[in-house]
Design a protein. Sequence first.
Length: 82
Amino acid sequence: MTTWATAFRRGAIPIVLGILCFVASIPAIEDLDPLLKGLGVILVVLGLVIVLATARTVAAEEKRVGAGDGLAGRPAEPPVEG
């Protein structure tokens, strides 16, 4: 799975819930309209932050693992033949 696909998969729930809040604010009464729009903005922004942070983290992890480093951040030891 690619980096961006993983990131969008993790951030999809808050983004979708934010969009649903925007859609629900259309027929809402006057009192609920600002509440639903505000909640929608918060959820969409949260989802985008999750997507960007996950993409950066996964890309950095792939780069680190691809460079041959060990799992603990130290260089991997060569196999011992004996």
